[in-house]
Design a protein around this ligand. Sequence first.
Ligand code: UDP
Length: 466
Amino acid sequence: MEKCHFLIVTFPAQGHINPTLQFAKRLAKLGVKTTFSTSLGAINRMNKASDSLPEKLSIVAFSDGYDHGWNPNDDFGRYMTSAATRGSQTLKELIMAQSNEGHPITHVVYTILMSWVGQVARQLQIPSTLLWIQPAAVFQLYYCFFNGCAEIIGDISSSKTIKLPGLPTLASRDLPSVFLASNPDVYSFALPAINKHFELLQEEETPTVLVNTFDALESETLKAAVKLKLVAVGPLIPSAFLDGRDSSDSSFGGDLLQETKDCAEWLNSKNGASVVYVAFGSFSDLPLKQLEEIAQGLLQSKKPFLWVIRKSPKGEKLGEKLSCKDELEKQGLIVSWCSQVEVLSHPSVGCFVSHCGWNSSLESLASGVPVVAIPIWTDQTTNAKFIQDVWKTGIRPMANEEGTVEADEIRRSLEIVMDGGVRGEEMRKTAKKWRELAVEAAKDGGSSSLNVKAFVDEVAAGVIRE
Ligand code: UDP
């Protein structure tokens, strides 16, 4: 253990940094020297509260060629090429520097879209492990896709369903949107990028994949991938919200902290479980048409709401463009950012209208808050299916033919989740049960803590090799 030095590398998006930084913290708290790395652009946006970092953890940047940060208007394909070439070069320099300073890296952990990191580790003969930051179910779907089922998955039409090992019966609307042939341009980068991960895994002797989930949540699926060992290490969310021990744990700071304070004060003034929290993650934007329907649905519900509408890349406040802005401001609070884990664990929050990004989904489960699911793309559609039909902590309203979820459907879903009625009551009870199981998995001696410890021990003993 003394000689172990983990390098944990992640893609510079908030949905990737949040869980990966939590994983790095868990390793460091076990007493293992750990270096966390992401792009310089992302690190410059992170909260500099280094006093909240465990002693054994340091943060070092690599350059992806976009040192002022990647902008959603930048060409993504060009960015990915730059990240792989410039990133490989600067990550190698970083690894060499650690070695020259007498702290050689002994194991590399990298996340989705970062297969080039696995390749760098291989070139330098350092063992490496993939940390999968989506659910095991989505890993299993890709695994099947790249291992003989591409045709059946690709061919699935709106009327057909599919049954794959370790997964429930799925319809086309439940599959990750990258499989939908109707959208080839958007996804031209995604399938090849994920395939690279599977190619790397195939070259390994004992492929182990760490997954941001927990045993009780996906037990069947975790066992389904025959040739790989999937190890559940989640939920990777700040421990303050699981065991109450570690506060001041959010990753991004700046002027957003003030908005977080405003949210807390506003929530304190509301009744228990009365507030609808609405947020669609850190990245995807909803069309104005969908925002208008959500606004009308909230107004019809007459419930107080806290709604995060992020500013556009140009800094415009999209909430200002809503036709019913004045009525909305009387009923709820619109902010451009908040500390989501803090909001979800506030007793006033009774429902989460979510895009079902995997972090948001885990955060809803770990805080026992039921969900109204409005997925947009990638794994969110699959996460929404599991929330509604497998974990039974939420409801996914139907979209119309244009893909928009209309106001009536949103109001109806909010009423089911939050008001009287057996279905809502059952959902709220089930959500509380999942909260307990999530806390149980993450606590000392819980399944995920034991899995992380066993992984570290195996690495230290040199068992996990390529
Ligand atoms: N988040 C937050 N405040 C917000 C919106 C999002 O803290 O106002 C955090 C959220 O808690 C989660 C992450 O940003 O950890 C979003 O990740 P997710 O996987 O849900 O969605 P993505 O941003 O990747 O689409």
